[in-house]
Design a protein around this ligand. Structure first.
Ligand code: GLU
Length: 266
């Protein structure tokens, strides 16, 4: 089966409104599509942000608090809220989920790494759908740099994923910021990351999310070291993920290993 093991990353901009409260429509659509893809016999791992945004919404903040400790507190509140929603929605489709909170030092090449890989494998073997976030209580790197994108690439390499799908609030990567340039063009296929592309990636970040395209390109480069291609797609339309399997793509396909020229991009 093509692309058997898939890591999907969603950002805060997809699963929460700018109020920080859950975007129920997006979450329901996402869970429906991922459940359906899982039903084809594929392994899915979901890497999700949104804990801080949702915690902030729940705790009544109008904007994200400034201090790191307050953001960590938001993450601690929001993570429960997030998992409660995912657990409820995935149960509707008879899928069992688990929570995995990671830090980058899991890639220590030693005991931590082995333990993590063993847990993922045991869960996937039992058909569980692991849901991953950064452990924001003990690691603040992801909070400061918006790096669940990197985390998703790390997870992909840890579990030998076949593809990494990064969902965002745009259709993919553009040659300039589409939010303030109506002539911006979607870049549908990337096989080299050059200076021009890095410059184009420095666009605007969303209100509650902390990433941006730079971290997505970095993630794609990490995944590519293990020959894993990356797709950047619009989280508002998760059904576009089906296009990856049907060979009809709407998004940005980052194929640094140049392994999949033949996938049709539309
Ligand atoms: N772990 C953070 C959260 O759940 C997200 C970090 C990021 O912006 O990707 O809110």
């Amino acid at each position: 089966m093509a692309f058997k093991r898939i890591v999907v990353k969603v950002g805060t901009s997809t699963i929460a409104h700018t109020t920080g409260l859950p975007n129920i429509r997006h979450m329901e659509n996402l869970v429906k599509v991922l459940s359906d893809i899982k039903n084809t016999g594929r392994d899915i791992v979901l890497v999700t942000s949104g804990a801080i945004g949702m915690g902030a919404g729940k705790m009544g903040y109008q904007t994200l608090p400034q201090s790191l400790a307050d953001r960590q507190a938001c993450a601690s509140v929001g993570q429960c809220a997030l998992m409660k929603i995912y657990d409820n929605l995935f149960s509707e489709y008879n899928h069992m989920v688990s929570q995995i909170l990671l830090t980058q030092n899991v890639m220590d090449g030693g005991e931590h790494q082995t333990n993590t890989v063993n847990t993922f494998n045991a869960l996937l073997y039992k058909n569980v759908l692991p849901i991953v976030n950064a452990n924001d209580t003990i690691s603040t790197k992801e909070i400061e740099f918006g790096d669940n994108d990197t985390l998703s690439a790390t997870v992909s390499t840890l579990i030998d994923a076949d593809i990494l799908v990064i969902m965002t609030d745009l259709d993919g990567m553009y040659n300039c910021n589409p939010k303030n340039n109506e002539n911006a063009k979607l870049i549908d296929y990337i096989n080299t990351i050059d200076d021009e592309l890095k410059e184009a990636a420095k666009g605007e970040k969303s209100a509650l999310g902390t990433g941006g395209m730079v971290t997505k390109l970095n993630a794609a480069a990490i995944a590519a070291e293990k020959n894993i291609p990356t797709f950047i797609m619009n989280g508002a339309y998760p059904e576009r993920v089906y296009g990856i399997f049907d060979g009809e793509l709407k998004g940005t396909f980052i194929d640094l290993g140049k392994r999949f020229y033949n996938l049709k991009i539309g």
